[in-house]
Design a protein around this ligand. Structure first.
Ligand code: UDP
Ligand code: LCN
Length: 808
């Protein structure tokens, strides 16, 4: 199912019309260096070299070539042709081949385009007619798709609409589905007495009459026995009022289905009680782990998510008139000799949710050391097997929903969900493919260090086996006008020498849903609130920020306590760019005069880090401090592995009328941005990724461009200059930031949506079981024939002799 045309299709000329001379010179310049892939900035730079007259250039840009260049994501040069990938709107791709000699134009399919691109990297392979082409779209082409770019990520709404049609065509399917509802052997909603749509419809009318005569607050138990005889089981509601409402909604659906009632009904059905959440990588714990390698926002996200989901489940179970206890298990890796060595651990702030840790095991026994996310793949199959046995044991049955996190957690979730036939959701947080330029084309160069071939294969498997996909932002799925999204970059791509993906994912798939997380309100509240904790931790934070000494926890110091502080906190990954921010600050005299800089992250001794990226960032930070003589205006504090005081941190910085700066080269979502804004701290954050959607630039905070240091540091300096002149200026952005959070980024909104999706997509999965089965078969072959072989190339830790365990 390859991508062929988009709206520009009709506008693509058969040949370049006006300005042929200039266009020809430009194309000849592109082909001058032979075969290559060109990025948009290179295309424009070379065009400017060839056509240096501004008027002439304007004419070209207004003509045929200009129309193409405006939307080009990249171009492949195979002399005498240049092929442009044109993306006019998110999700809409076209491939336009222009001949540099006669300026003829031809539209290509995505597969033709990929084949040309491969010629640059692996000619023999590209010419082989029998290379593996991966085509997930070939399996579910009958399923409906969204059509508007603006609707991408709004899958649930679309599915509800389609469900209306399906129920209209075949009401019996809904009856059969309701008949299948049960929990631990107890039937729910209806029993075999009501096994046809007609019988159900009639009984609903009778029940309605009966319920109308009861006081609204009559508990369900009071009429449970009578209802059972009629064919109704528990689960409709806790009292006569709620039962009647739910029954009315179903009656209306059976009479004439519509998406509003479908939504309302599926929000009420008792379908989800036990949830398994896989989060394998990093150090998954509740304390002393945050900021460690591979241990950032995802852990915070999951712990907050569990609290919100449990609350929502308890609320729903109660209003369904049931007395079951929900169970949520977060399943992660047990790492002996670390804070993550406990097999079973209750989750703080919940009643029924726990962490379950399963060790990585190889032929040589338990793996004792931490394993980087890049090297994690060979352990996952065995991990899934061990985890599944344990989960079934603890839950005394199958869970109702499995949610995966990140590539590794998603793969494990897919394996388990496929095996047991359970509804599955995936959360990518960040897909690595877009983080590293040309990571697909140059996968062979990267593979030794990053094992992208295994990772991309695992990503394809899980995004295709999921019943629904939770994304934090639109850009995660489909990017923005200028740039492709993380999922979108998996639509069609190639790993030359390995396989060609002609259809990896379709961003118009209604499985995609945008559900943004929030920040824990008990920790991240405005600096203006009077809270006991805040006062309690204040002296500790004051010491951290302002004491003049250096120790294991902080180096550098701040001489002028009156200056506002700009603050950043992140894992010490290259992509987080904390060293970049330090360098902007170091080089901008105006900014240095206006504010102090405080960085939280990493450790001071690079030899203590087990993560290669962290080590190089630590070294770089030390050299920047020396080179720019930062001490006196700069404080570097080690990673805050305990989260409880983070809120106080943001609030203390807000007290200085400072700002949080998130300078990442790319940030998938950016929980720190949400946290800072929830505390009322003015925030500047990268325009690459989630923060671009969280913050409305110039209204609720500011966007900065990490690739333009001068512009970014001046934007921050301008802000603080304005604040000096008008003290209210700062308050304006603080208030707007808080408002933005309250409206769009809360865990309550999140939990409600996720459970609704679990209910609705379970039914959607049930309706489309044939396609699901076909796809699973395909996925299974891909897993067996590709993934398993790729994984064999990654060395396992236990191949290296293990150090003896420390004495007890
Ligand atoms: N964090 C922390 N200590 C640190 C660095 C980060 O507690 O030293 C927390 C931070 O408060 C946030 C999370 O880790 O909750 C980072 O999430 P974000 O989404 O910003 O980035 P990620 O690490 O997931 O890429
Ligand atoms: C991973 C990231 O890189 C962050 O941008 C997110 O905020 C975090 O996960 C939670 O989704």
């Amino acid at each position: 199912m390859e991508v062929t045309s988009g709206s520009l299709g009709n506008a693509i000329p058969e040949a370049m019309g006006e300005n042929r001379g200039n266009i020809k010179r430009c194309l000849e310049k592109y082909i001058e260096m032979g075969r290559r892939v060109m990025k948009p900035n290179q295309l424009m730079d070379e065009l400017e070299i060839v056509i240096n007259d501004v008027t002439q250039r304007r004419l070209v840009m207004e003509g045929d070539l200009g129309k193409i260049l405006c939307f080009t994501q990249e171009a492949v040069v195979i002399p005498p042709n240049v092929v442009f990938t044109v993306r006019e709107n998110p999700g809409n791709w076209q491939y336009v081949k222009v001949n540099s000699s006669n300026l003829s134009v031809e539209a290509l399919t995505s597969t033709q385009y990929l084949k040309l691109k491969e010629l640059i990297f692996d000619e023999n392979w590209a010419k082989d007619e029998n290379v593996l082409e991966v085509d997930f779209g070939a399996l579910d082409f009958t399923l409906p798709r969204l059509s508007l770019s603006s609707s991408i990520g709004n899958g649930l709404r679309f599915v509800s609409l389609k469900l209306g049609d399906r129920v209209n065509d075949k009401p019996q399917s809904l009856v059969d589905y309701l008949l299948s509802l049960e929990h631990q052997g107890e039937k729910l909603m209806i029993n075999e007495t009501l096994n046809t749509a007609k019988k159900l419809e009639m009984s609903l009318i009778l029940a309605d009459v009966f319920l109308s005569e009861l006081p609204k607050d009559t508990p369900f138990q009071a009429f449970e026995l009578r209802f059972k005889e009629w064919g109704f089981e528990k689960g409709w509601g806790e009292n006569a009022r709620r039962v009647k409402e739910t029954m009315r909604i179903l009656s209306e659906i059976l009479q004439a289905p519509d998406s509003v009632n479908i939504d309302r009904f599926f929000a009420r059905i008792p379908r989800i009680f036990n949830v398994v959440i896989f989060s394998v990588r990093g150090y998954f714990g509740q304390t002393d782990v945050f900021g460690l390698p591979d241990t950032g926002g995802q852990v915070v996200y999951i712990l907050d998510q569990v609290k919100a989901l449990e609350k929502e489940l308890l609320h729903r179970i109660n209003s369904q008139g049931l007395n079951f206890k929900p169970q949520i298990l977060v399943v992660t890796r047990l790492i002996p000799d670390t804070k993550c060595n406990q097999e079973f651990e209750p989750i703080i702030g919940t009643k029924h949710s726990n962490i379950l840790r399963i060790p990585f095991v190889t032929e040589n026994g338990i793996v004792r050391r931490w394993v980087s996310r890049f090297d994690i793949y060979p352990y996952l199959e065995r991990f899934t097997k061990d985890a599944t046995t344990k989960i079934l044991d603890i839950l005394e049955g199958k869970p109702d929903l499995i949610i995966g996190n990140y590539t590794d957690g998603n793969l494990v979730a897919s394996l388990m969900a496929n095996k047991l036939g359970i509804t599955q959701a995936t959360i990518a947080h960040a897909l690595e493919k877009t983080k590293y330029e040309d990571s697909d084309l140059k996968w062979k160069e990267f593979d030794l260090k990053y094992h992208f071939s295994s990772q991309f294969t695992a990503d394809l498997i899980s995004m295709n086996s999921a019943d629904f996909i939770i994304a934090s932002t639109y850009q995660e799925i489909a990017g923005n006008k200028e740039k492709a999204g993380q999922y979108e970059s998996h639509t069609s791509f190639t790993l030359p020498g390995l396989y060609r993906v002609v259809s990896g994912i379709n961003v118009f798939d209604p499985r995609f849903n945008i559900v943004a997380p929030g920040a824990d309100e008990s920790m991240y509240f405005p600096f203006t609130s009077q809270d006991g904790n805040f006062i309690k931790f204040y002296p500790y934070i004051d010491e951290l920020l302002y004491s003049q000494n250096e120790n294991d926890e902080h180096i550098g110091y701040l001489v002028d306590k009156k200056k506002p502080i700009i603050f950043s906190m992140a894992r010490f990954d290259v992509v987080k760019n904390l060293t970049g921010l330090t360098e902007w600050y170091a080089k901008n005299k105006r900014l240095r005069d206006l504010v102090n800089l405080v960085i939280v992250g990493g450790f001071f001794d690079p030899s203590k880090s087990k993560d290669r990226e962290e080590t190089s960032e630590i070294k770089k930070m030390h050299s920047l401090i020396e080179k720019y003589q930062l001490k006196g205006q700069f404080r570097w504090i080690t990673a805050k592995t305990v989260q409880t005081r983070n809120g106080d941190f943001y609030r203390c910085i807000a007290d200085t009328r400072g700002a949080f700066v998130q300078p990442a080269h790319y940030e998938a979502f950016g929980l720190t941005v949400i946290e800072a804004m929830s505390c009322g701290l003015v925030t500047f954050a990268t325009k690459h990724g989630g923060p671009a959607e969280i913050i409305v630039d110039g209204v609720s905070g500011f966007h900065i461009d990490p690739s333009n240091d001068e512009e970014s540091s001046n934007k921050i300096a301008d802000f603080f200059e304005k604040c000096k002149m008008d003290p209210n200026y700062w308050n304006m952005f603080s208030t707007e930031g808080l408002q933005r959070i309250n409206e769009c980024y809360t865990w309550k909104i999140y939990a409600n949506k996720v459970i609704n999706m679990g209910n609705t997509y379970s039914y959607w999965r049930y309706l489309n079981k044939d396609q699901k089965l076909a796809k699973q078969r395909y996925i299974q072959s891909f897993y067996n024939l590709q993934y398993r072989n790729l994984v064999k190339t990654i060395p396992m830790l236990s191949d290296i002799p293990q150090p003896p365990p420390p004495p007890p």
